[in-house]
Each structure stands twice: as C-alpha cells, then as structure tokens.
Design a binder for this molecule. Sequence first.
Ligand code: 1HE
Length: 263
Amino acid sequence: MSEELVTYSLEGPVALIGLNRPDKRNAISDAVIDALSAAVLRAHDEADVAVLHGHGSNFCAGLDLAEALQRATGQIARPRKRKRHNWHVVFDQIARGPIPFVAALHGAVVGGGLELATAAHIRVCDETAFFGLPEGQRGIFVGGGGTVRIQRVVGTTVMMDMMLTGRLLSPAEGLQEHIVRYVTPAGQALDKARELAQRIAKNTIETNWKIINVLPRINDVSHDDGLFFEQLNSAMARPPEAEQRLREFVDGKAAPLQPKKGS
Ligand code: 1HE
C-alpha cells in the first residue's frame, strides 16, 4: 500500500485511517482506492474500531476528475472484463466488514467523498464541513454506492434535490438530514471521532459486528423477515464475554449508563 496516499496508525484498539492527498483535496484516484482498501483490511485484522479522516483542509473532494477525464478520453484503457466496481468493493469492506467505522469530516465532503463517508457507521463533522453531490454539474453520476447508501441516509427527496440543484448542505443541515450525528467546533471532529471510537471499542466485538451487519440488512427487508432475522441473531450462541457482562450487571459491578446522582 502507498503510505503517502493513505496514512494508518493504531491507538490501542482503534485504527486511524487518513486520506492523505491534501494538494488534490483528497480526491479519490485508483491508487487512493487501492491504498484505502489495504488500510481497511489491515484495520480489520488489527483493530476493533476504525476512524476515517482526511488530512489537510478537506475530508474528500470525491472522484479524481483528472483521472476520470483520462478514462473518458481513452488515455486510460477500459478494462477488458467487467469486474465489480472497485469503489463498491472497498466501501462495502468498510460498511459490511467486521468492525465499526467512525468518519471525521471537515471541509469538502462531496460526491464520492460523501459516498465514502456514508459507508462509515457514525459520522462526526466540524463547523467547516459542507456536503454536496456535484455529479450533475460534472456530467457524470454517482458510482460509489451513493444511490443505495446516501439515498437511505437522507431519503429520496433530499438526494434528488442535492443532485439536481447541486445545493451544498451546511453542518446544521447535515445534522437535520442524518448525514452526521455530531457537529463540533472547527478542527475538533477527529478528536470527537476518536473519543466515540474508543467508547465503541468497549462493546464486545460480536455485538458490534451484529449492529453494523444486521441492522442495515434488516432495514432492507420486510417487517416479518426483519423480526425473523432479529430472532435468529439474538438467539445465536453468545460469546463468553456476554455471560461475564451480564453477571457484572447482576452483581452490581457494571458501570452505570449515567453517573449516579450526587456522584
Ligand atoms: C481535484 C479535485 C477532484 C480538487 N479531482 N483534482 N468532485 C467535485 O466536483 C469537487 C471538485 N473540487 C472542488 O470543487 C474544489 O476543489 C473544492 C471545493 C473541493 C476545494 O476547493 P479549493 O479552492 O480549496 O481547491 P481547488 O483550488 O479547487 O483545488 C486544488 C487542487 O486540487 C487543484 O489542483 P491543482 O493541480 O490545480 O493545484 C484541483 O484541480 C485539485 N482537485 N478536487 C481532481 N475532485 C464514483 S462516482 C463519484 C463522482 C464524484 O465524486 S463527482 C464529484 C467530484
């Protein structure tokens, strides 16, 4: 993997994965996708939770338009065979893998950058963030799973408006449309994401896996099938940590959900 294009480090159980092409506003080229995939797969092995962020003044300006132009003009040859789109593969590695991802967003979160952000399970932004889908202005279409993922997050009405008009959403609108769950002062999104990731890492690995893999699938099926899948999952053999955690609660040794009054 190219260490320049995507940075990787471990903070205990949390992997930090940073898009690192700030001079091009972290635009996603084929080389960036390969480096991102390598970092994500490494985090699957080494970490219990990962944080995605961008170096420089933006999270990500989306598809590398210079490379897209080279592809459109035949300067980059078309592949002979139709393989699964590499963005779909990598964003699914994030969204449907073994560990939760928290995205820390700032500056431009546009086009493929928003598609990448919505592959994460929780999103935090700072006050500098803006969200957009400028594909219409560029004569192209979303291709990184946005029709599926972004549409499920913000709904058809909002996505249609963003795509047709090119309207940019502010952090407050991002919060309103469920793109983000947390907004921080400028420069603090990464710290907040790290804090959330450390907290998520305290859950059992098995429950985290169920939350990120079962919930989105149940969202896609009927009411009856959803309840059936839920029962299957809740009846799955529980790992030893579950018994230990249940016992801690019953014995009064579990940390309280909220600090006790007066303490
Ligand atoms: C890029 C890209 C890029 C910047 N591909 N090179 N995405 C877009 O339509 C967004 C395009 N970018 C922008 O609108 C602006 O760059 C930003 C609002 C993100 C940032 O503005 P600013 O003033 O800080 O930077 P800049 O001066 O516009 O760009 C700095 C450099 O980054 C410049 O290169 P330089 O060599 O002239 O210095 C830009 O060309 C370069 N750059 N963005 C390539 N995206 C699978 S489908 C997904 C479809 C999409 O993602 S569509 C959305 C594409």
